[in-house]
Ligand binder design. Structure first.
Ligand code: CO
Length: 134
């Protein structure tokens, strides 16, 4: 059911330092920071040949990244995002299998303008999983 790995999201305490590290030390193609107030994050996109890394930093008081960084002050992998062809069908199938969808079960428009859902980390090996309609 799941398709390509769309991105790996890494929460970082210092976006400029993380961007510089990916650009200079790892030699990656790194975007300028993009504020996404509706998601409570500032994002830097790292383009790799086969997927993306998203460096996330809290934006605003209600950021979902803030608590994560309190628990992981040096930063850490926040979630991974898999593509699916049909997000409603994917949700229905996963719920039948007993997986929990975060929020109100309805797909939201995500950071790339496409419908997304998040799955409970306790149901997936301790990893927060985002599904994005391809
Ligand atoms: Co994401």
């Amino acid at each position: 059911m799941i398709g390509r790995l769309n991105h790996v999201a890494i929460a970082v305490p210092d976006l400029a330092a993380a961007s510089a590290q990916y650009r200079s030390v790892l030699g990656a193609e790194v975007s300028e920071p993009l504020e996404q107030p509706e998601h409570g994050v500032t994002v830097v996109f790292v383009s790799l040949p086969n997927t993306k890394i998203e460096l996330l930093h809290p934006l605003g008081a209600e950021s979902p990244i803030e608590k994560f960084l309190e628990r992981n002050p040096a930063g850490g992998i926040h979630h991974i995002c898999y593509e699916v062809d049909d997000i409603q069908a994917a949700r229905d199938r996963l719920q039948q299998e007993g997986a929990r969808v975060l929020g109100d079960d309805e797909p939201k428009i995500g950071a790339h303008g496409k419908p997304v859902l998040f799955l409970h980390p306790k149901d997936f090996c301790g990893t927060l999983v985002e599904l994005e309609q391809a």
